[in-house]
Write a protein that binds this ligand. Structure first.
Ligand code: FAD
Length: 642
């Protein structure tokens, strides 16, 4: 393994609390007249992409904004339920920028950059003001003030929410800002386009190749910088809580063009999802972490106890999170809650038909606060649960089990959110930046909006002001023509295999391998096995996949085939990353490295770093690069939520 290049994260000097202010002052500016001369491509219209596109246009840049969906407002962000964190301390319960920073660093098991996380905590307060000004209908208390609730890994209430539809409301705000810029002509929208490749000119990101998903035409677009806000790769596991269209394609193809991929094995498994109920299921449903504010998690004490929950007396129940972690109780971070649920089920205490579920029980909360209060907080989530399972959670406990939910890994970016390709910026879930080895609940929306509204508008200016650009034309330059040829060749290849197995079959098999060996817990032997299984599956895919239809047409099978082809390659990268990290941290739980109490045991001497992988060619081992993490402000310690 090589560790030859020192990745420069460009972390500013100076005291932690002053870094961002000083850095913004030091960054070169583009004057208002010159901004009009620059074009920026933003791929993605989720919270990160829409907020970036709207803000950059507001500043005076010309923006081209792309998304897969028919409308920017259908991006996956719309699904976000529980809330968004901010260090406002409105609850007056001891919160502060420092505490949000510390909770995030600790929650991520000390595998995130201090400077980025502190900046995130600082701008979290601006996000709420901005969104309130946009008219986001955050929940309010009796007196009319913004209300807060708690999320995992925190002992304060700092989560702002709009019932169980926070993502939807925030996205509508960003979308309104975006549409305003569309109407002024500063943003040109390109819905139903899928980015298939990144185009580099003189080593800089200068454009993209996209497929028009309606006509099947391959199109090219040029710009002075490209911003990827293409979301997370959780669907590599096939079953996840992510939207069906969430994928790794844009990020992975940028990786193949020289952008390093950081910590790909860091995937969040969320503890409270509706359990899998059949082989041909295509999607899993999240039950928001906010429910753990009031819901109590338990299993029967006796393994194999098949009585109905109401028939099991208190004395025969194990509220295992409350018992094991009295300080944080049901609101321990997600990695901890998930592992504990798995442990209970592995001991035979799981409930429901499959035994792969635990109870989330609202009986006490309803008794204490009344049904109306509980319905006011979680009504839409309860309805969703009942529609899917047929059970009424006001009357009987929910049954929940962990499921793949979020990607902490992503393209490596520096403090400017720029990847290792000059001019390629990466925002939101698509980058690896702020959550270390485990993201705290309600922090993804915060990060996506911080990146889009408050970070990229400054840092991209620094890049544009300092860079000289040659003239390029998407219709004439050779780099774009080569891009079209490459993309067309891949599409032709997919359509010509004409094999016997569907894309979904391959995806399902890939997901099962990864879930089993690179999911909630991992070990050396399983990872070695998984690597060869995924390799073999990938080879079979290219010999035996069947993709119906034509390229120059609306063809969802073809879209899906391209995404699964990338997942197959990406799956190998995840496994390689997991094998290289010989420690446990956050979501990466290698059974060989655990404390006596079965918690993750880090190895700070050898693994206190970000692992960034460089593509070296198909079927070649990627190069390993290490960004050492330096902790100057917090002390590394064994996480404890007891
Ligand atoms: C069910 C659920 C509930 C959640 N609840 C919360 C919560 O309460 N609080 C919280 O903080 N987080 C929550 N999260 C996480 C959070 O929603 C996401 O991390 C966040 O919304 C991601 O935003 P994004 O802008 O980075 O990407 P996304 O919203 O995923 O947007 C990606 C965009 O990129 C586009 N795109 C992707 N690939 C391409 C391509 N190749 N070409 C063109 N366009 C492309 C898509 O069309 C889309 O517009 C939740 C996640 C799930 C699954």
């Amino acid at each position: 393994m090589k560790a030859d290049i020192k990745l420069d994260a460009k972390i500013p000097e100076g005291p932690l609390a002053e870094k961002w202010d000083q850095y913004r002052f030091d960054l070169k500016l583009v004057n208002p007249a010159n901004k009009k001369k620059f074009e920026i491509i933003v791929v993605g219209t989720g919270l990160a992409g829409a907020s970036a596109a709207a803000t950059l246009a507001e500043l005076g840049y010309h923006v081209k904004n792309f998304c897969i969906q028919d409308s920017p407002r259908r991006a996956h962000s719309i699904a976000a339920q529980g809330g968004i964190n901010a260090a406002k301390n409105y609850a007056n319960d001891g919160d502060s920028v420092w505490r949000l920073f510390y909770d995030t660093i600790k929650g991520g098991d000390f595998r995130a950059r201090e400077a980025n996380v502190y900046r995130l905590a600082q701008v979290s307060c601006n996000i709420i003001d901005h969104c309130v000004a946009q008219g986001i209908p955050f929940a309010r208390d009796y007196g009319g003030f913004l209300d807060n609730r708690s999320f995992g890994g925190a002992q304060v209430s700092r989560t702002f929410y709009a019932k169980g539809q926070t993502g939807q409301q925030l996205l509508l705000g960003a979308y309104s800002a975006l549409m305003r810029q569309v109407s002024t002509g500063m943003v040109k929208m390109f819905p139903r386009r899928e980015m298939m490749d990144l185009v580099l000119v003189d080593g800089k990101a200068r454009g993209i190749v996209a497929r028009n998903l309606i006509s099947g035409e391959i199109e090219t677009y040029e710009a002075h910088a490209v911003v990827l806000a293409t979301g997370g790769y959780g669907n590599v596991f096939n079953l996840s809580t992510n939207a069906m269209a969430s994928n790794v394609t844009a990020a992975f193809r940028a990786y193949k063009k020289g952008a390093y991929f950081a910590n790909p094995c860091f995937t969040q498994i969320h503890p409270t999802c509706i359990p899998v109920h059949g082989t041909f299921q295509s999607k899993l449903t999240l039950m928001s972490e906010s429910l753990r504010n009031d819901g109590r998690v338990w299993v029967p004490i006796k393994p194999g106890d098949k009585r109905l929950p109401g028939d099991i007396p208190e004395s025969e129940r194990d509220y295992y999170l409350e018992n094991k972690y009295p300080s944080f109780g049901n609101l321990v971070p997600r990695d901890v809650a998930s592992r504990n649920a798995k442990e209970q089920c592995d001991k035979g205490k799981g409930v429901g038909e499959t035994g792969l579920a635990v109870y989330l029980d609202f009986t006490d909360a309803i008794k204490r606060d009344g049904k109306n209060v509980i319905a006011g907080k979680y009504g839409n989530l309860f309805e969703m649960y009942e529609k899917i399972t047929g059970d009424n959670p006001y009357k009987t406990p929910m049954m929940i089990y962990p499921a793949v939910h979020y990607a902490m890994g992503g393209l490596w970016v520096d403090y400017n959110l720029m990847s290792t390709i000059p001019g390629l910026f990466v925002l939101g879930e698509a980058n690896f930046s702020d959550h270390g080895a485990n993201r705290l609940g309600a922090s993804a929306l915060m990060q996506g909006l911080a990146d889009g509204y408050f970070v990229i508008p400054y840092t991209i200016g620094g890049y544009l002001a300092e860079t000289t650009f040659s003239n390029v034309s998407a219709s004439d330059s050779k780099e774009f023509k080569q891009g079209i040829e490459k993309v067309q060749k891949k599409i032709d290849k997919l359509l010509s295999v004409n094999g016997k197995r569907t894309v979904s079959e391959f995806h399902r098999e890939l997901g099962l391998i990864l879930w089993e060996h690179c999911g909630m817990s991992r070990n050396e032997e399983g990872l070695i096995k998984a690597l060869s299984m995924v390799k073999a599956l990938r080879h079979e895919f290219w010999k035996n996949v069947y993709v119906p239809g034509k390229g120059k047409d609306l063809n969802q099978s073809l879209e899906n085939a391209g995404r699964v082809a990338d997942f197959l390659e990406f799956g190998e990268l995840m496994i390689i990353d997991a094998m290289a990290r010989k420690e446990s941290c956050g979501c990466h739980f290698n059974t060989a490295f655990q404390t006596e109490e079965n918690e993750a045991r880090r190895d700070d001497e050898n693994f206190c770093h970000v692992a960034a992988w460089e593509y070296t060619g198909d079927d070649q081992k990627p190069n390993f690069h290490k960004e050492s993490l330096v902790f100057e402000n917090v002390e590394l310690s064994q996480r404890s939520y007891k």
